[in-house]
Design a protein around this ligand. Structure first.
Ligand code: FAD
Ligand code: SIN
Length: 534
């Protein structure tokens, strides 16, 4: 038996991306906060964000328009009250980031606004084409300077500590913190706190091709589910239309802002219709239609013509304009022998964002007492069936703050954690099995890509479900017998998340937003969440 190793911390935040750091900075005004992060502190998607953050800042723009654009992209599945809350809190969120020193691009005295698909106005504040890195750096610097915040990287959280882990077993759903693998020592630590905020990011790595970083394995979603929280809309996996097609570099995003600034999608040379700008055939908004529409159109053209990729071409703009707007992408592509000022970029759709997740209310509260969720691991109702570009970082800022404020407002009601059981360290390692773990990892990602991708059928989903069931048995067996390592933790979560995605996809008997199935091509009159109950 042992008391939590960090009993002096009031709140635990799992994740050091935009959502986790925002929550921690707000909480740290009065409370002691422990932030745990898998791998490095900059290993989440936040650091990789390119395009920017959506906010109504232009005189000609309105909250109503941002709300409408969000709901149109979300195919009516969004929760209106969440959309209103987030849109209205966007300008103050940007102001806070400016105060923290994020060097947004400016246009005279105002912030420069770029444009992305699905937005009816220029509305995206950005730091060149590497907004995420600037935001991550500013938030992290502030957290590192805050004496009330302790940052512990290299901790892969395994499971939430709940009533069933209490030394005097209560079996309640109350969350008291997390068991986390110290990735350096290989020991499992029990970190307890009065409140826990999950901000562990998305589950993009369920798919073979994804723009998300290596650690996006759905850990937060899987942990919350195992502890008894509901998840919803897991079938709504977003595929970004324009990931670089390159045999060596498989997950480099080419920001939507390239299309926002005039980039056109074309049939590549050597194929029927070469050079044709095909998006106007699919949607009157052409390249600036919401992502689900553009990604499906590209997928259609790739399958119709037997292509490996399509072309994204912005070379009609002056070279200086391209270099100035997209310095990071220009440099990266130049290193790969592609000059985007002179010719097209080969692109394909790739998994990009997890719209579904842990069900939360407007204060970031989950179903479990003591547990909050914010950012990509949550389903707050903002994105509905398809996220509008650049609304995701925004959600992290608004809900990171909302969760923290709710904890602060109800602090007196949060009890001290009881003594909890230590992790059972008696399990052994078996190096042969580690090879199998890696193979299973690749297998899941491959069949999720092939069977649970942009266009689905019931038969394919059932095939995926069958494979997941077989692999889950195998992984549960490893988990019972072998010492946990990061790969096993991630594989277990990847499988759990894949299972939730497929189960949700089978439940939705219509096509809506990101979920498109040939067996039910119509959209039903009433939009309903797919809610899974543990
Ligand atoms: P993340 O930033 O992903 O952070 C997750 C954190 O959780 C990390 O610190 C990680 O280490 C930690 N973690 C995960 N599992 C565990 C575990 N088991 N134990 C401990 N810690 C754990 N959105 C926009 O709005 N605008 C953009 O321009 C934009 N561009 C993007 C470009 C790319 C290439 C990608 C991949 C995404 C982009 N997005 C963009 C989406 C956006 O970046 C993410 O949705 C957002 O950053 C998620 O933030 P987060 O705080 O929820 O999670
Ligand atoms: C991009 O820059 O295209 C990504 C923006 C987003 O995911 O919101």
């Amino acid at each position: 038996m042992q008391q939590g190793l960090n009993g002096n911390h009031d709140v635990i935040v799992v994740g050091s991306g935009a959502a986790g750091l925002t929550a921690a900075l707000t909480l740290a005004e009065t409370l002691k906060v422990l932030i745990l992060a898998k791998g490095s502190l900059t290993g989440g998607s936040t650091a990789w964000a390119q395009g920017g953050i959506a906010a109504v800042l232009d005189a000609g723009d309105t909250f109503e328009d941002h709300i409408r654009d969000t709901m149109v992209a979300g195919a009516g599945l969004n929760r209106q009250e969440t959309v209103e809350l987030v849109v209205e809190r966007a300008p103050p969120a940007i102001e806070r980031l400016v105060k923290l020193g994020v060097p947004f691009n400016t246009d005279g005295n105002a912030l420069h606004l770029t444009r992305e698909g699905g937005h009816s106005h220029r509305r995206i504040v950005h730091v060149d084409d590497a907004t995420g890195w600037a935001v991550q750096s500013a938030l992290l610097e502030a957290a590192e300077a805050n004496p009330n915040i302790t940052l512990l990287p290299g901790r892969a959280c395994i499971d939430l500590i709940t009533g069933k882990h209490e030394a005097r077993y209560s079996g309640s759903g109350r969350v008291w913190g997390v068991y986390a693998l110290n990735q350096e020592t290989g020991r499992v630590e029990a970190h307890t706190a009065r409140a826990t905020v999950l901000a562990a990011g998305g589950a993009g790595r369920c798919y073979l091709f994804s723009t998300a970083p290596r650690g996006a394995t759905g850990d937060g979603i899987a942990m919350a589910w195992r502890a008894g929280a509901r998840v919803s809309n897991m079938e709504m996996m977003q595929f970004h239309p324009t990931c670089l097609y390159n045999l060596d570099v498989k997950n480099f995003l080419v920001t939507e802002a390239v299309r926002g600034e005039g980039g056109q999608l074309k049939i590549p040379t050597g194929y029927l219709g070469e050079g044709e700008r095909f998006m106007p055939r699919f949607d009157e908004r052409a390249e600036l239609a919401p992502r689900d529409i553009v990604a499906r159109a590209i997928d259609h053209e790739i399958k119709r013509l037997g292509l490996d990729y399509v072309h994204l071409d912005i070379s009609h703009q002056p070279p200086e304009f391209v270099r100035e707007h997209f310095p990071m992408i220009h440099e990266k592509l130049t290193g790969l022998g592609i000059d985007m000022t002179q010719g097209p970029i080969p692109v394909v759709p790739a998994q990009h964002y997890t719209c579904g997740g842990i069900v939360t209310d407007l204060a970031g509260r989950t179903d479990l007492p003591g547990l909050y969720a914010a950012g990509e691991c949550s389903e707050s109702g903002l994105h509905g069936a398809n996220r509008l570009a650049s609304n995701s970082l925004l959600e992290c800022f608004v809900f990171g703050e909302a969760a923290a404020n709710d904890i602060l407002a109800h602090w007196d009601g949060f009890d001290e954690p009881p003594p909890v059981r230590a992790w059972d360290e008696s399990r052994v390692t078996d190096s042969d099995e580690e090879v199998v773990i890696k193979q299973n990892w690749t297998e899941i990602r491959r069949f999720m890509w092939n069977y649970v991708g942009i266009v689905r059928t019931t038969k394919r989903l059932e095939r995926a479900q069958h494979r997941i069931a077989l692999l889950s048995e195998e992984v549960a067996e490893y988990y019972r017998h072998f010492r946990v390592g990061t790969d096993l933790i991630e594989l277990r979560n990847l499988l759990q998340t894949a299972e939730l995605i497929v189960r949700s996809a089978l439940k939705r008997r219509e096509s809506r937003g990101l979920h498109y199935t040939l067996d039910y091509p119509e959209t039903l009159p009433e939009a309903k969440d797919t809610v899974l109950v543990p």
